[in-house]
Design a protein around this ligand. Structure first.
Ligand SMILES: *Cc1c(COP(=O)(O)O)cnc(C)c1O
Length: 384
């Protein structure tokens, strides 16, 4: 029996050819594949602008920087996310304030966020970073209203959710990362995510000014638009106008990402079919302590539920070659954030209760029906 991971990429001959094509070309980086990937990705999520970077973490860092998060200010996010979401605030010297999750959806609880904002002097919080956790789209319209009322920036961590959407108050579908509500949205192309580029990240936005700023920051703070330089000494001239980084994606990665993107819709459909099968198999079972509802706009990066005796189940599944995983260990209990922010057990009860029972079952487009049935049977076998 081959091992079944919780998530994995799919590589086709078309992907391989796209990469080989770059390897045979003159440009391995800063070539034409970057703009092509950015345009295709912007089109896929419905955003006006997209900036490709080295990875999702760099994308978050540049957003915090470009949106002006200052040392000493505070940033609100969820404890149930990958560390990078919170770390971006630390990269720019800001403090991370975790708010608890909604135990129903596992998303950052907006009422908790509002309480934090309402009980602090204006200007305390520089930004809110909600996460489309597991692929479930956050109601960004509601967050936009909060952000505007309290003068905060809104950064959507959409690393789990390309192709996801929520329905706004007017009944319109709003795609994750479409730029309608968030100041900026970030995506990752790590191989466990929907679109694999090896490593890679993307920022989408509707702001032309932010887009230009991000492009400068991505490449050492060197002005990318010749007309916006202060001087011109000749054909060799370039001008560094701010402190930036080398966060450029290579053309090799961009070509792979573009090729993968052509199958993203198909992959999303398969994820939905698998999620529905899990949903039907697990609904109403005595060993399930919580099963979030199926949602049409969910991008199903992960299939998460809460189980009785989760620790026993995870070990049983490993013996069967099934590598189900825990997403995530609450960030406020990580030694770093515990020491840095004075967080302790009991501070965020919903996130901590979720952590005790949560498990992500294998979910990726290449997971076959037979493999999924084996996973389901192994879960049922454990509970007898
Ligand atoms: C993967 C991920 C990131 C970081 O992306 P990298 O490309 O691995 O740097 C950030 N946030 C979330 C929610 C993620 O899942």
């Amino acid at each position: 029996m081959k091992k079944i991971p919780y998530g994995r990429h799919t590589i086709t001959e078309q992907d391989i050819e796209a990469v080989v094509h770059v390897l045979r070309s003159d440009t391995l980086t800063q070539g034409p594949c970057i703009a092509a990937f950015e345009a295709a990705f912007a089109d896929y999520v419905g955003a006006p602008y997209a900036v490709a970077v080295t990875n999702g973490t760099a994308a978050l860092h540049l957003c915090a920087l470009a949106l002006g998060v200052q040392p000493g200010q505070k940033v609100i996010t969820t404890p149930i996310t990958f560390a990078a979401t919170a770390n971006c605030a630390r990269f720019v010297g800001a403090e991370v304030v975790f708010a608890d999750i909604d135990p129903e959806t596992y998303l950052l609880d907006i009422t908790q966020v509002e309480t934090l904002l309402a009980t602090a002097p204006k200007g305390t919080y520089a930004a809110i970073i909600p996460v489309d956790f597991a692929g479930r789209a956050v109601d960004l319209e509601a967050y936009r209203q909060l952000a505007d009322a309290y003068g905060c920036r809104l950064i959507e961590d959409a690393c789990h959710a390309p192709g996801g959407f929520f329905t706004d108050a007017a009944g319109q579908r709003q795609g994750c990362g479409n730029g309608q509500f968030a100041d900026a949205s970030v995506f990752s192309f790590h191989p466990v995510k929907h679109i694999a580029a090896g490593e890679g990240g993307m920022i989408t936005t509707a702001s032309r000014a932010l887009y230009e700023h991000l492009r400068n920051l991505r490449t050492h703070g060197i002005q990318q638009i010749p007309e916006k330089r202060e001087q011109n000494h000749g054909v060799w001239y370039y001008e560094m106008q701010m402190l930036g980084y080398n966060y450029r994606m290579t053309d090799i990665q961009a070509a792979l990402g573009t090729s993968q993107l052509t199958r993203a819709g198909q992959g999303l459909q398969r994820r939905h079919a698998l999620a529905r099968t899990y949903q039907e198999a697990l609904a109403g079972q005595a060993f399930i302590t919580h099963l979030p509802s199926y949602s049409e706009g969910h991008a199903y990066h992960l299939f998460v539920a809460e189980f009785k005796n989760r620790d026993g189940l995870i070990m049983h599944l490993r013996e069967k070659g099934i590598f189900a995983q825990v997403h995530y260990i609450p960030l406020h209990l990580m030694p770093y954030f515990r020491d840095q922010g004075g967080w302790k057990a009991g501070d965020l009860p919903c996130a901590e209760a979720y952590y005790r029972g949560c498990l992500s079952l294998p979910l990726y487009p290449a997971l076959s029906d037979t493999e999924q049935q084996y996973v389901i049977k192994s879960v049922f076998d454990f509970y007898g």
